[in-house]
Design a protein around this ligand. Structure first.
Ligand SMILES: NC(=O)c1ccc[n+]([C@@H]2O[C@H](COP(=O)([O-])OP(=O)(O)OC[C@H]3O[C@@H](n4cnc5c(N)ncnc54)[C@H](O)[C@@H]3O)[C@@H](O)[C@H]2O)c1
Ligand SMILES: N[C@@H](CCC(=O)N[C@@H](CSCO)C(=O)NCC(=O)O)C(=O)O
Ligand SMILES: [Zn+2]
Ligand SMILES: [Zn+2]
Length: 379
């Protein structure tokens, strides 16, 4: 049955309130307006940023909403003026847009895009500042411009990457967030050189992708730091060469790393979202040149601090969003790299469930053995 131009009623997981279990609801998804694309989501993974917003600690968190931002699907219909994708195209929604026209996109200095960010930060679409989701007439907010915990979603055309139709959507959904973030933090943000000593704080999906990226960049030592020793075995497969569990030391962890590395590491990455660890990650860097990249997302109200002397003496503090990748241009390239077996994806998937089991999937995220759980939306 043709659905183009019609309201679609489908299943979606709705976060009615912070921290309350998600509820599978029948949701009405309006047709895409000018510059918008309606996507049938086939597979979505869960990222810790979904859990963060759901927890109520995200200053941009609005309820009720449909979370989810690491997914893959097929274009169902497009609004007026959309030229770069058409129904049937295989796509990955991109929470970091790329319009190629705004001041950010044209700067050549950042992957951030300003075209739709003001709307996606308040859960609506740009053209009329309204949501395309509703339940019996009550609007439900979008999330990160993606809302992939729904069988159908509407995204801006600048927020969707067309990918190879050969790519398995149940795998490449991961290329919507965590894996590119880690790889890009190393390749684009830090620009790690061969022979570097690297420290990775937090060995979840993002930290393991940092390790994978550092190995590909030719790092000589990749030190993985995690308070869960169970992470260490699996981390070896992603390139981690040595492990440190801060719980096993009395000294501050930055001192432990400095002592292990003759003065500090060349590059460090914080992949947890803990502001004390962010400080340790900066302070374990080598005097004169060590660079620390903040990847983890810290809760509303949290602030970072260090002695300015740390920066005066040459350490550099940076951050990264989506690993600095330009989404629409580079996600298809990452998909091709996966298809050519140049980057891992399958190895990060530890669990597969259905949309109806989404609350169990969130519970799994807090267990050490879970990296990414992929949900099938139409099973
Ligand atoms: N900047 C971006 O664009 C971007 C993109 C994706 C995810 N993120 C953020 O990156 C972070 C990591 O995401 P993830 O999915 O890999 O999370 P995760 O929870 O799977 O991994 C975090 C790891 O950190 C470890 N850990 C927790 N506290 C620690 C401590 N004090 N010291 C050492 N290790 C500790 C945990 O045991 C776990 O292994 C999250 O904050 C997420 O929101 C940021
Ligand atoms: N609303 C949050 C922002 C959190 C944040 O920093 N998000 C990252 C992506 S995390 C993906 O898992 C990001 O890309 N930030 C840049 C942007 O949002 O434009 C908060 O305010 O804490
Ligand atoms: Zn994410
Ligand atoms: Zn732009």
């Amino acid at each position: 049955m043709a659905t183009e131009g019609q309201v679609i009623t489908c299943k979606a997981a709705v976060a009615w309130e912070a921290n309350k279990p998600l509820v599978i609801e029948d949701v009405q998804v309006a047709p895409p307006q000018a510059g918008e694309v309606r996507v049938k989501i086939l597979f979505t993974a869960l990222c810790h940023t979904d859990a963060y917003t759901w927890s109520g600690k995200d200053p941009e968190g609005l309820f009720p909403c449909i979370l989810g931002h690491e997914a893959a699907g097929i274009v169902e219909s497009v609004g007026e003026g959309v030229t770069e994708v058409q129904p049937g195209d295989h796509v990955i929604p991109c929470y970091q847009a790329e319009c190629r026209e705004c001041k950010f996109c044209k700067s050549g200095k950042t992957n951030l895009c300003g075209k739709v960010r003001a709307a996606t930060g308040v859960g609506v679409m740009m053209s009329d500042r309204k949501s395309r989701f509703s339940i019996n007439g009550k609007p439900i907010y979008h999330f990160m411009g993606t809302s992939t915990f729904s069988q159908y979603t509407v995204v801006h055309d600048v927020s969707v990457a067309k990918i190879s139709p050969q790519a398995p959507l149940d795998k490449v959904c991961l290329l919507g967030c965590g894996v590119p973030t880690g790889l890009g933090a190393v390749w684009n943000t830090a620009k790690v050189e061969a022979g570097s000593i690297v420290a990775v704080f937090g060995l979840g999906t993002v930290g393991l992708a940092v390790a994978e990226g550092a190995k590909a960049a030719g790092a000589s030592r990749i030190i993985g730091i995690d308070i869960d020793s169970k992470k260490f075995d699996v981390a070896k497969n992603f390139g981690v060469t040595e492990f440190v569990n801060p719980k096993e030391y009395d000294k501050p962890i930055q001192q432990v790393i400095v002592d292990l590395t003759d003065g500090g590491v060349d590059y460090s990455f914080e992949c947890i979202g803990n502001v004390s660890v962010m400080r340790a990650a900066l302070e374990c860097c080598h005097k004169g040149w060590g660079t620390s990249v903040i990847v983890g997302v810290a809760a509303s109200g949290q602030e970072i601090s260090t002695r300015p002397f740390q920066l005066v003496t040459g350490r550099v503090w940076k951050g990264t969003a989506f690993g600095g990748f330009k989404s629409r241009s580079q996600v298809p390239w990452l998909v091709d790299k996966y298809m050519n077996k140049e980057i891992k994806v399958d190895e990060y998937i530890t669990h597969s469930l259905t949309l109806a089991e989404i609350n169990e999937a969130f519970d799994l995220m807090h267990e050490g053995g879970c990296l990414r759980c992929v949900l099938s939306l139409h099973a």
